[in-house]
Design a binder for this molecule. Structure first.
Ligand code: MF3
Ligand code: CO
Length: 295
């Protein structure tokens, strides 16, 4: 379905963004440019996902907690620790700083963070039965709410002595995010970013998960757009200033295919049992480039 831009204010009326400025001095040129892109067949962002300065401040404050949690996990994670202990730590730091873990009870998710070990691609459920061992690679995916604003990021942690091939997977996945980030340029498209991510993974002999992607993030956990990392340059939604979304490719050492855990209904694993890695950052598109909100 094609998004239709809502009625535009008159030039001297207040802007729709709530800045209090006259439309002609605020988002009028922005809207002109969106409509020109739409005429060229490019999908344009709905108004509701364009962040105001107040929204951006809100997300940044939430991000302070989100980053602090992952920093603390980095300090404490070690061989012999259970993934439940990571969940405990996420609760301690998040609540301690006045935030709420977004994962808890999200669509019935039972814990406060996702911990995905080795062949687990995402949505691993913390458990007292899962003990981290030497050589494991673990993704800790943390999402935080503060004053109604969401922040979302994830990092990889390596436990003890990790094999060279797993280390490379972790490192290349991080590079994929960096290379994707460099393509976050206003008025380019999400496909420019996603295709760059995919190309780097492929060049290293890896594959990128297709069915699960990134998302817009702000007053809701998962907002439009849905973000693919196997997309094509010039395709997908326009990246307009004021959009906030995640770059969070899941990169597999073997096949891109995945399977869902039938018993818990959450955990996604690689279909071939080979390792998978993911880093997630939250990025703001600015007038001149981008700003990383969480890493
Ligand atoms: N944090 C994940 C993301 O990056 C979503 C996890 S949802 C949960 O979008 F329910 F599994 F926690
Ligand atoms: Co996310």
């Amino acid at each position: 379905m094609i998004y239709r831009m809502p009625k535009r204010p008159e030039r001297n009326e207040p802007c729709w963004c709530g800045s209090g400025k006259k439309y002609k001095n605020c988002h009028a040129a922005f809207d002109d440019r969106l409509l020109a892109c739409q005429l060229r067949g490019i999908q344009i962002p709905p108004r509701k996902i364009i962040k105001t300065p107040e929204d951006i401040e809100g997300i940044k404050k939430s991000a302070v907690i989100n980053i602090a949690v992952l920093d603390e996990v980095g300090k404490q994670i070690r061989e012999g620790m259970t993934t439940q202990a990571i969940d405990d730590l996420v609760n301690e730091v998040t609540y301690g700083m006045g935030g709420t873990p977004a994962d808890l009870h999200y669509q019935g998710f039972p814990k406060s963070v996702c911990t995905s070990v080795n062949e687990e691609v995402c949505h691993g459920i913390p458990s007292a039965d899962v003990i981290l061992k030497n050589g494991d690679i673990v993704n800790v995916d943390c999402s935080t709410i503060l004053n109604g604003y969401y922040s979302d990021s994830s990092r990889m942690y390596m436990i003890g002595e990790v094999s060279e091939d797993k280390k490379k997977l972790v490192e290349v996945t991080r590079e994929c995010v960096q290379i994707g980030l460099e393509q976050v340029i206003p008025w380019h498209t999400l496909g420019d970013m996603g295709s760059a991510v995919n190309a780097h993974a492929k060049a290293n002999g890896y594959s990128v998960v297709r069915e699960i992607g990134g998302h817009g993030c702000g007053k809701e956990f998962h907002e439009d757009p849905w973000v693919s990392y196997v997309s094509r340059a010039g395709e997908e939604m326009l990246m307009a200033p004021g959009m906030v979304f995640t770059i969070e490719p899941m990169v597999n050492m073997g096949t891109h295919r995945i399977v869902e855990d039938k018993k818990n209904g959450w955990t996604i694993r690689t279909a071939d049992g080979k390792p998978s890695a993911q880093w997630e950052i939250q990025v703001l598109v600015t007038e001149t480039g981008h700003e990383v909100l969480t890493w």
